[in-house]
Design a protein around this ligand. Structure first.
Ligand code: F6P
Length: 324
């Protein structure tokens, strides 16, 4: 393989730049030409493809976001879109791809291979940490720390005013950010999409806390919680509580996707970027590079897409025990 291209796709995640840097510098080391594709599959379709050198990735290891920009491409979901993308790759002589992204990105790569046999190796880039085949995804650690910083600040004001706060963190289908930031932030409860927590249980926990003279409480809600988002939940709980309650809702939103990546994310992203590139050069295809038990492994896209990555439910139990 003499020429490869790298792109970022789906929701951006802190550490993606460190990953791009590792792919580009790895390619330079191995004497392979490397191109960048801007805005994910959209850039592939539109031919936004350009040569990269070692210098192209100077001073980016510490930056959040992605210098290649990102997108969720609707057009790539159509056969016409994929045909255009293939034509552009052929025009630029690209023989293999490194895709930094999540489930949607790998689903697209798999479909693309079925039609055009262009091999892709993935690197898991999503703050949600919801990909099977790696212990941690790029951006997750930074997102947890960003959420935690916010939770700590809210704890100060919650305590000053004796309030109950519902804090919504990201995680469309996954409670990883909620659990980690909840444990580290000493939350009273954590609500996640994977486990149903009945409203009555939240009400009971709040009442028990008050009976023990707890003045403030923080409940972390993953945005994809089955019972509803933080605003919906807070309203339902207000209705079920017989007593008036001073309650506030804070949605952390996209601040969790930005910011300077932690050391952990930069190191993880560097290992995964180089691992993905070297896997591709060794003949791997349709697999995602991941780190499991500190070892680099490759997992077929089909498994990363289909297999669940269960949360550790015992951690939820721990939240309850430790917040008494
Ligand atoms: O997949 C990462 C993620 O941040 C989810 O946690 C969140 O639901 C979603 O992306 C938000 O996407 P968008 O930026 O398109 O609103």
């Amino acid at each position: 393989m003499k020429r490869v291209a790298v792109f970022t796709s789906g929701g951006d995640a802190p550490g993606m730049n460190a990953c791009i840097r590792a792919v580009v510098r790895g390619a330079v080391y191995h004497g392979v030409e490397v191109f960048g594709i801007r805005r994910g599959y959209n850039g592939m379709i539109n031919g936004d493809i350009f040569p990269m050198t070692s210098h192209s990735v100077s001073n980016i290891v510490q930056r959040g976001g992605t210098i290649l920009k990102s997108a969720r491409s609707k057009e790539f979901m159509t056969p016409e879109g994929r045909q255009k993308a293939h034509d552009q790759l052929m025009k630029h002589g690209i023989e293999g791809l490194i895709a930094i992204g999540g489930n949607g990105t790998f689903t697209g790569a798999l479909k693309f291979f079925e039609e055009f046999q262009i091999p892709t190796v993935g690197a898991p880039g999503t703050i949600d940490n919801d990909l099977y085949g790696t212990d941690y995804t790029i951006g997750y650690d930074t997102a947890v720390n960003t959420a935690l910083e916010a939770i700590d600040k809210i704890r100060d004001t919650a305590d000053s005013h004796d309030r109950v706060f519902f804090i919504e963190v990201m995680g469309r289908d996954s409670g990883y950010i909620a659990i980690q930031s909840g444990i580290a932030g000493g939350a009273e409860m954590v609500m996640v999409p994977e486990v149903l927590t009945p409203i009555s249980e939240v009400v009971e926990t709040l009442k028990q806390g008050w009976s023990r003279s707890k003045s403030s409480s923080i409940i972390i809600v993953a945005e994809g919680d089955v019972e509803g988002n933080a605003v919906v939940l807070a309203e339902q709980i207000r209705e079920q509580l017989a007593v008036p309650i001073d309650m506030r809702v804070t949605t952390l939103g996209h601040i969790q996707r930005g910011g300077v990546p932690t050391a952990y994310d930069r190191i993880l992203a560097s290992r995964l970027g180089l691992g993905a590139l070297e896997g591709l050069l060794d003949g791997q295809k349709n697999v995602m590079a991941g780190i499991v038990n500190n070892e680099l492994i490759y997992t077929p896209f089909i498994d990363t897409i289909k297999l669940p990555k269960p949360i550790n439910e015992d951690l939820l139990r721990m939240v309850r025990i430790l917040s008494v």
